[in-house]
Design a protein around this ligand. Sequence first.
Ligand SMILES: C[S@@+](CC[C@H](N)C(=O)[O-])C[C@H]1O[C@@H](n2cnc3c(N)ncnc32)[C@H](O)[C@@H]1O
Length: 230
Amino acid sequence: MNTEMESYEKEASDFHEFDFFSVLSYRFFYVLLLLFFCQISDYKMELFDNLVGKAEKVLEIGIGTGPNFKYYTAIPNVSVIGVDPNAKMESYARKSAAEAGLKSEDFTFIQALGESIPLEDASVDAVVGTLVLCSVTDVTRTLNEIKRILRPGGIYIFIEHVAAEDGTFLRLVQNVLDPLQQVVADGCHLTRHTGESILEARFNGGADVKKASLSRFAYISSHVYGVAYN
Ligand SMILES: C[S@@+](CC[C@H](N)C(=O)[O-])C[C@H]1O[C@@H](n2cnc3c(N)ncnc32)[C@H](O)[C@@H]1O
């Protein structure tokens, strides 16, 4: 095991899961997310449809409290692995899984970072990431891990909030708020060019990256969503 890998694993195990501020800030951000969940759910339905009949073993990075379980239960024979560095999320995610009707044996929680996923190469049919690449420390490394663990022909579906267009007032606001956002929203960055990062990751079958503006919540209104093919 190389030193970089060891340091990521240490970071995952040291993650401040019982830190009051961490849980509070996640909840703060989560309440904000709820404000525009109705809009996001349209994109999610479109995206998760890509998994039906094509994926059984699904890994979700940064699963958080598990808001996506309701989409998984439409997938026949699905089993879900949720990766999150915050162990506190496991109980919330398990509750969401149960409420969505997923059997407990079909959900596994792993405390780990997206930058260092403790799974074999080509071991899952699909990877899901929603509103998580804003929070990881190393976007490129996380995308390389996604490619590594996806089987050939596997798919990665994503929805991420991203930086607004350069030169816009919104972008100026994001630049100003970004340092504060990282503190109050548990490491979330406002000014990442995640769509470009996904394209630059060069998935074998390419990536279809769409842009969307979710008007109900202004300062994180710019999003990308889509599918990448391994
Ligand atoms: C904004 S929440 C999104 C949760 C969920 N995916 C959703 O759609 O609501 C970001 C999640 O990413 C997790 N996270 C933070 N750093 C991470 C990393 N390096 N690798 C994987 N997950 C990470 C956080 O613990 C948190 O659960």
